[in-house]
Design a protein around this ligand. Structure first.
Ligand code: EPU
Length: 418
């Protein structure tokens, strides 16, 4: 197994560019099942989760031509509506294949998606199932698989009793080929959702309101060929910005959309972390002194749960006490013990809340990466700590951050992959 060895407390300097968004690409790829024509995707991040998604597409019969960050998918050859557990059991985003397969074939068989440690009970899919039923599907559970059937999906009205990003995207995609109009209420509003809707609309879909809490989809007969450049990863943008703050460095983040992390930038103004921004760049400057600021994770445009762990690392370097309150996932504060072992002053109240008091010096430690976002937080902590930090299980970082060690070395980090 590969690990990172970091010699920390070194100032970073220079420019780092942001790759295409993982959580956008993971929906654009399965959306191609809705069409029978060629789909061209550029700016695709070269990360583990995307590899798995493409393997799953190939397993279904799609032909894929790949050249670095550009791919062409020919979905006309897809001849299977059953998800191979070898992939579906390994990654949560396999759930994004269900709706498009159901819409195209009227049938789909799949196991409960796996591959995630942050949610309770293997992360539920009840909202997806309820949504498919409301569109007219029937469900049978047999031999550890779900079997959904719908001769013809029919537009309906569905209210999400919990706000879910992937469930919103999934039902929005599925309803595109349903007969009649679907209205989805209490939808998630993440920028990836609007991006997916804009892309599908260019292919002939009729989606209105994506990016707001009510989405209206008028069903169409077919979806045409498509072409898209994946939007910049807002979570990479946020991670790099928090990294600059925690390592007291001046970094320019390019090829990004600062407007997608507006809440983080507003907090930077409050805690005294100076920055300059343009439409597609963000320059984080050195702070004279950082003040602490409490956060509570919330659906977009609130504080993203995915940036909660790196923000906690930043708070170890801020003066005062900050409450970190995780409201979306049950196991997303697991990394906090590791931060404490590195010297952070942490007071855990319960599995969802912890106080961090700073500023404190961090010291290098042997760590392991429990999940993707805790992994990047450990990496940032290692870069700001004195001495050597070793991070195991870096597969969990590679899942979401392309070639991260080389990109960080280019801005002066002392990080080795062994
Ligand atoms: N939920 C249910 N039932 C469902 C679906 C979700 O109860 O059927 C619950 C979840 O257990 C959770 C809450 O709803 O408590 C919200 O989760 P959501 O469904 O919004 O998360 P997701 O759509 O599965 C996406 C991202 C996550 C990101 C969250 C929140 C993708 C592929 N994943 O997940 O990204 O944390 O939204 O913004 O888009 C990551 O990139 O590290 C990551 C985990």
């Amino acid at each position: 197994m590969q690990k990172f060895i970091i010699q920390g407390a070194k100032e970073l300097k220079g420019e780092i560019s942001v790759k295409g968004g993982k959580n956008s690409a993971l929906k654009i790829i399965p959306a191609s099942i809705l069409s029978e024509k060629t789909i061209k995707i550029s700016n695709l991040p070269q990360i583990e989760d995307i590899k798995k998604s493409l393997e799953l597409m190939t397993d279904l019969g799609a032909e894929i031509k790949e050249e670095k960050d550009y791919i062409e998918i020919n979905p006309s050859k897809i001849n299977k509506y059953s998800l191979n557990p070898a992939w579906a059991n390994k990654f949560r985003a396999s759930i994004m294949f269900i709706g498009p397969l159901l819409a195209r074939f009227g049938e789909v068989i799949f196991p409960h998606p796996g591959g995630c440690v942050i949610g309770a009970g293997g992360r539920p899919i009840d909202l997806f199932l309820e949504g498919f039923i409301s569109l007219g599907a029937t469900i049978e559970q047999k031999d550890g698989n779900y079997h959904l059937k719908a001769k013809k999906l029919k537009g309906s009205e569905y209210f999400f009793t919990q706000i879910s990003v992937t469930a919103t995207e999934s039902l929005m995609m599925t309803a595109v080929l349903a007969e009649g109009t679907t209205i989805l209420k209490n939808c998630a509003m993440e920028p990836e959702i609007k991006n997916l809707a804009d892309y599908l609309n260019k292919q002939g879909a009729k989606i209105e309101g994506a990016g707001t809490s009510t989405i209206k989809i008028k069903g169409v007969q077919k979806i045409d060929a498509g072409e898209i450049s994946i939007m910049p990863d807002r979570l990479e943008t946020g991670s790099f910005a928090l990294m600059a703050g925690a390592t007291k460095s001046e970094i320019t983040i390019t090829d990004c959309e600062p407007s997608h992390i507006e809440i983080i930038l507003n907090i930077f103004n409050k805690i005294g972390l100076p920055f300059e921004k343009g439409n597609d760049f963000l320059k984080i400057k050195k702070a004279k002194k950082l003040s602490s600021y409490s956060i509570k994770t919330h659906e977009y445009p609130g504080f993203p749960t995915d940036l909660q762990p790196p923000y906690a690392v930043l708070m170890t370097q801020a003066e005062g006490q900050a409450l970190i309150h995780e409201t979306i996932y049950d196991r997303r504060l697991q990394y906090i013990d590791m931060l404490s072992q590195m010297g952070a002053k942490v007071n855990t109240c319960d599995p969802h809340r912890a106080f961090i008091s700073g500023p404190t010096k961090l010291f290098g430690k042997k760590l392991t990466s429990p999940d993707l976002r805790a992994g990047i937080a450990m990496l940032i902590a290692g870069l700001s700590a004195e001495g050597e930090t070793q991070i195991d299980n870096i597969y969990q970082i590679d899942r979401g951050y392309e070639n991260i060690d080389e990109r960080l070395r280019n801005i002066g980090a002392d990080i080795k992959r062994i």
